[in-house]
Design a binder for this molecule. Structure first.
Ligand code: GLC
Length: 485
């Protein structure tokens, strides 16, 4: 590994511990933390949202305005998360709102302008703060204009002469599509001509601006990096990812074991470790507590858990047509999540029919998520696509066998029982069909019913897997060095 320590500005729209809506936030906390442990000078920047933890007490370290038109005034407030310095970019007209991106399922009208401003400000602030990063690391569409501005606005600016950019793609289905008119806050868009961001004569996407201009790009798993180059898996951007293929790699996310470890999990009624006795005892206590909490019978029966946003990405539409069939077996199913109201109401209908076997909790509840991970025997993730997925990794740590569709990071992290029993850590199916999901659920249930000792062996093997962030962070450092060379 290269030895020079790097200075890195990690740019994200959300960070676990400060404010979170999804997996991006987990990465935006854990990766910088791991980079810091590897002696890198890493700092995080995100918008100063109203509901961010600690923002009211944060110290103002910069009060300024954009050097470029439209000279918007903003402040930078300093915080810290797990030892990593954080710069929160405060501009009340954009970020002093009840939510981050949307209210009542309606995206804020001016999201283009808001995140274009944020992308501009996080570069504008750097000379003023005296922080000259080697690498600016952008994440997803919200920050796609960061690599764009580095290449266009700052290409002959001495301060940024040595700075390279990296873009991580966590989910390319969200692209940030805006018309030129909606991006008035970026003078670069006034000509209505931005071929390396445009998708039509009238619109650009922020993700494309990042993909076409970042020095290096990574997807959050190797398989997702491959999928992005295909028509089927690229969400419409195959050509762009193919065009950048020599600069595109996949790096699997790690697991934040300080938050997800059954031995030290404060949300569990009993903690347990990777030994047969401890697992059996701990899981039983967690299962009972889970059954009690969600109103299912407190019995020794196979429990299948699912915690997710209710969207097509997560494959809820593969489960719905076969759920009633599966519930005819000796099983219990628990689903926790919020999202698409249509999917939610279909789940409620089934719950009304199978109240003793199926619980649907329409909530975003981190504490309950921990209990599901611990109390279930199997964790279901039939995703249509999954850039990385984190729950399957948490599941393995909790000895809860993931049942996944073999896409993206799910494929890269779970070993299928039917392919290699000795190294198995879960079950994998491939066909995007409800019947394929039903088959794999039944396969797992058969094993549970007929070979309980074998199930425990596989659970213990899953618990022994190590997806520590340290390893992923080293791959990121290599990527940074390749961007610099
Ligand atoms: C997005 C993806 C998910 C990934 C996460 C963190 O939420 O949908 O698969 O694990 O980002 O990279």
């Amino acid at each position: 590994m290269a030895t020079k320590n790097l200075s890195i500005l990690f740019v994200a729209s959300e960070v676990e511990g400060l404010i979170k809506s999804g997996g991006l936030a987990d990465v935006a906390k854990a990766l910088p933390e791991a980079l810091l442990e590897l002696q890198q000078d890493v700092r995080i920047t995100l918008p100063a949202y109203r509901n961010m933890a600690g923002i009211d007490q944060a110290k103002v370290v910069l009060e300024t305005q954009l050097e470029h038109w439209p000279h918007t005034e903003y402040q930078v407030k300093a915080l810290e998360i797990v030892g990593v310095p954080v710069y929160a970019v405060d501009c009340p007209k954009y970020f002093d709102r009840p939510e981050m991106y949307a209210e009542n399922n309606q995206a804020y009208q001016d999201n283009g302008e808001r995140f274009a401003f944020f992308s501009a400000a996080c570069l504008d602030m750097l000379p003023k703060l005296g922080f000259q990063p080697d690498i600016v690391h952008a994440n997803d569409w919200h920050t796609g204009f960061v690599p764009y501005l580095l290449k266009h606005r700052y290409h002959s600016d001495d301060f940024f002469a040595q700075t390279k950019s990296v873009l991580s793609v966590h989910n390319a289905v969200f692209k940030g599509v805006f018309s030129y008119d909606e991006l008035q806050s970026l003078p670069e868009m006034h000509t209505r001509y931005a071929p390396d961001a445009a998708v039509s004569a009238t619109h650009v996407t922020m993700l494309r601006a990042g993909v076409m201009n970042a020095d290096k790009i990574n997807a959050v798993s190797p398989t997702y990096a491959d999928e992005l180059k295909t028509e089927l898996g690229s969400h419409g951007m195959a050509q762009d990812f193919q065009h950048r293929s020599s600069d595109l790699v996949g790096i699997l996310n790690g697991c934040d074991y300080s938050a997800w470890d059954p031995q030290n999990d404060p949300y569990l009624p009993a903690n347990y470790k990777a030994s047969r006795q401890s697992l059996v005892r701990g899981k039983k206590a967690c299962k009972r507590e889970l059954q009690k909490r969600v109103g299912l019978g407190e019995q020794d029966v196979a429990v299948y858990g699912m915690v997710c946003r209710l969207t097509h990405q997560k494959g809820v539409h593969y489960l719905l047509p076969i759920l009633s069939d599966f519930l005819k077996h000796q099983v219990q199913v628990v689903i926790v999540g919020t999202g698409d109201p249509v999917l939610a109401s279909q789940l409620k209908e089934i719950a009304a029919l199978y109240g003793d076997k199926f619980a649907f909790i329409e909530a975003y509840d981190n504490e309950l998520a921990h209990l599901v991970e611990a109390g279930a025997d199997f964790f279901v993730m039939p995703s249509e696509f999954e850039p990385c997925g984190l729950n399957q990794i948490y599941s393995m740590a909790y000895g809860t066998l993931p049942i996944v569709r073999g896409v993206g990071g799910l494929k890269d992290s779970v070993n299928d029982y039917d392919v290699d029993t000795s190294d198995a850590t879960g079950f994998v199916f491939y066909e995007p069909e409800p019947i394929a999901l039903l088959n794999v659920l039944q396969r797992s249930l058969l094993l549970y019913a007929q070979e309980p000792n074998e199930v425990k062996r596989v659970q213990l093997h899953a618990m022994e897997q190590n997806f520590c962030w340290n390893k992923s962070a080293q791959e990121y450092i290599e990527l940074y060095h390749s961007a610099l060379s």
